[in-house]
Every structure is written in structure tokens, then in C-alpha cells.
Design a protein around this ligand. Structure first.
Ligand code: GLA
Length: 389
């Protein structure tokens, strides 16, 4: 048993007395390409990461849920219902992700039972690696396990997204929850956000995926994120389609000529259309084992997120610019919603150690107020049971 599993069992025993009956886990994710495309019914290419949320649980005889986290103070307690009150204290807001999952499951007609949950998570918060989706998907698994109900990964992801949209209030797409719920170890996947179809994509031999956290946290991200989404929806409406997935560059040009799309809206839409094309191209080159071409598409994606979609910041642009000067770096871009958080780079194995060292040192020198963290990551498995012994 690893140290984190032991931690969560000890936390359970200390908090609730007795031993947990079962365990579940759900990972964070890194998106390699296909950003701000999911809520436009488009394509993404993520993989799950080793950082995850672990939950040890036991059923109760009543309708009470008690939840404790190794990283937060206090025990949060609530009663299962279709209308669970949100946290009144800011220090307990983390548990709204748990409450939201319970409420959405009840609203979906699942007969939940009370349970005690002890959790620990090591997905960095607010850094674009889907710490909230990991918590939601792990919670869904925990609540369903306690209730003895089985659901598919896609159903769990959809319910978890609904919890985030309707209870927590972030209008996110399906990328994070579907990655966490359905990833395959050792592989990235092409995600079609319209059909929820996932096609495995092998990572090329001889290269590593390196995540670099800028240390900049995403202030005001929810409002800026929701605003981008609203702009895309307005763009689709102006084009007469339900989602930008169904739009072409030529169509955008025509709409702009006809005065149906202003310059700002056109730039946002152009990013989405181009990014969908790049993501499908990236999948094809991955299948062909062409890491160099994949890296070039990553670079183009970052430029578009910076110039046309405008969701980068000085720290993300700086981290990417430094990465690209280092030997062995095939491509580098921001990952996740943007406005702060992490970059992801594709680096030849022989250069990885020097890359990690030099990226850290040069970023520190350029942004002395920030504390970067750089991880080399493997593609982890999606959510599922956690062995407690
Ligand atoms: C966040 C959201 C996702 C997705 C990305 C951007 O991670 O939660 O749904 O929109 O941003 O690609």
C-alpha cells in the first residue's frame, strides 16, 4: 500500500472510528491540445496524470454524509436531499463539490445512502490540472459505491459536469470530468465532445510530457471563462448553428463580411475552428508516431490561445517561451482554461533532466515573485476502485 492510501485510511479511522469499507480514486488530467473546444462540441486530446484524489469510505445506516479532507480543516456534514445547502463559511467551500455530486445524483433519481468519506488529493489546486473534476469524479464513485449502484464512465462524467455547472456554478465543458472518469493508463485519447467517443492515442516513443506550473493562480477565472464561453455561443448563434463545431473558416469570413460577426467575436471563433482542426491533425500525427509534428501543433495552439482567444498571461507566455529555447523541446503550450496555471511541453527523453532544471531556473529568474513546479508525468488510468489493503 502506498503512503497516501495509508494516510487516507488513518484519517478515516481517526475521524470516524472503525475501518473504511472501500476505496476509490480519480485522477487530474493534462490536455495536450484542443483547448476551449469542449463546450463548442469539438475535439480535445487529454491524458490523465498521476496526481489524484483518493477516498476511503464506509456506509452509514442513515442519510447523513460526513466528509473530511487531509488537506482542509474540519469535518463537513450534510443530509442527502435534492436541495443541499451550500457552504456558508469560505473554509468549507471545497465540500461544495461533494455536496453538488450528492444533490445531482438525487435529482437524477439515484437512491443514495449515507456514508463517511475521508479524502486526500495531490492535484495542485487552481492550476489547470482539474483538481475539481478529480474531486467530483472520485465523489461520484464513492457515493455510487456506497449505494451499490453502477454507472458507466461517461454517465459519471456527465453527472459530475452537471454538479459543477449547476451546483458550484462554473460553466465548464466535459473535458475534465470525462478525462478523469475514462482515461486509459499509458495513453492519451482523442475526445469527441459531441458524441463523448474516446479513441486511444499512443504517446510517441522517446519523448516525455512535462507539466510546468507557473505558480500563478487563476484569479477571476470563472467570470473570464464564462465570458469566453458566452462569446462562443453568441458566435454560433450569429452563424445559425448550435455549436462552433459546425462552422468553417470560410463561413466565419462570410459572416464577418455580412456584418453578422464583429472583429472580436470573429477572433474567438477562429481560434475554436482552427483548434478543432489542429486537434484532429495532432491525433493523426500521434498515430503516425510523429512527435515533431505534434510539437509544432502544440506551439500553434498556444499562439492562438494568446493572440485570438486571449486566455494566456505573462507567466504562461514566459514559461512557454523559455521552454522552446531549451534543447529537446518539441513543443510547448498552456493547458486548461488559461489565465494562469500550467504549461505542457513535449520533450525528448535524453533532455528531460536538463529541461526540468533549466526551465525552473530560468523561469525563476524571469518571474522572481512566482514559485514554479515542474513534473514529468506518465499517462495514468482513469477513475476506479482503490485497494485498501
Ligand atoms: C477548463 C474547463 C474545461 C475546458 C478547459 C479549456 O479546464 O473545465 O471544460 O473548457 O478549461 O479547454
Amino acid at each position: 500500500m502506498d503512503a497516501r492510501t495509508a494516510t487516507v485510511i488513518a484519517l478515516f479511522r481517526r475521524t470516524f472510528g472503525g475501518a473504511p469499507q472501500q476505496g476509490v480514486r480519480a485522477p487530474g488530467r493534462v490536455n495536450l491540445i484542443g483547448e476551449h473546444t469542449d463546450y463548442n462540441d469539438g475535439f480535445c486530446l487529454p491524458m490523465a496524470i498521476q496526481q489524484d484524489v483518493l477516498i476511503a469510505l464506509a456506509k452509514r445506516a442513515d442519510q447523513t454524509v460526513r466528509v473530511v479532507s487531509a488537506e482542509q480543516d474540519g469535518v463537513v456534514e450534510f443530509t442527502i436531499s435534492a436541495d443541499i445547502p451550500k457552504a456558508t463559511l469560505p473554509a468549507q467551500r471545497w465540500a461544495d463539490y461533494v455536496k453538488g455530486c450528492a444533490q445531482i445524483l438525487v435529482q437524477a433519481g439515484v437512491r443514495l445512502v449515507g456514508c463517511d468519506l475521508a479524502l486526500t488529493g495531490d492535484v495542485p489546486l487552481g492550476s489547470g490540472l482539474s483538481s475539481s473534476a478529480a474531486l467530483e469524479v472520485a465523489t461520484m464513485h464513492a457515493l455510487l459505491t456506497a449505494a451499490g449502484v453502477t454507472k458507466s464512465g461517461a454517465e459519471i462524467a456527465t453527472l459530475a459536469q452537471r454538479a459543477e455547472n449547476r451546483y458550484v456554478g462554473t460553466n465548464c465543458g466535459i473535458l475534465d470530468q470525462l478525462s478523469s472518469a475514462c482515461a486509459t493508463a499509458g495513453q492519451a485519447m482523442l475526445m469527441d465532445c459531441r458524441t463523448l467517443a474516446l479513441t486511444p492515442a499512443p504517446l510517441p516513443a522517446g519523448v516525455s510530457v512535462v507539466i510546468a506550473d507557473t505558480g500563478k493562480r487563476r484569479g477571476l477565472v470563472d467570470s473570464a471563462y464564462n465570458e469566453r464561453r458566452a462569446q462562443c455561443e453568441a458566435g454560433a448563434k450569429a452563424m445559425g448553428v448550435s455549436h462552433l463545431r459546425d462552422v468553417t473558416m470560410h463561413g466565419l469570413w462570410q459572416a464577418a463580411q455580412a456584418g453578422r460577426l464583429d472583429a472580436a467575436a470573429r477572433r474567438r471563433c477562429e481560434h475554436v475552428v482552427a483548434e478543432n482542426g489542429r486537434t484532429q491533425a495532432a491525433f493523426a500525427v500521434l498515430r503516425a508516431g510523429d512527435a515533431v509534428a505534434f510539437g509544432q501543433l502544440m506551439d500553434q495552439s498556444h499562439a492562438d490561445l494568446r493572440d485570438r482567444f486571449e486566455v494566456t498571461c505573462a507567466e504562461l507566455d514566459g514559461m512557454v517561451a523559455i521552454a522552446r529555447t531549451l534543447p529537446g523541446c518539441l513543443g510547448s503550450r498552456m493547458t486548461g482554461a488559461g489565465f494562469g496555471g500550467c504549461t505542457v511541453s513535449l520533450v525528448q527523453d535524453a533532455h528531460v533532466d536538463a529541461f526540468v532544471r533549466d526551465l525552473t531556473a530560468q523561469y525563476r529568474a524571469a518571474f522572481p515573485a512566482m514559485t514554479p513546479a515542474v513534473y514529468v508525468t506518465n499517462a495514468a488510468a482513469g477513475a476506479g476502485p482503490l485497494a485498501l489493503s
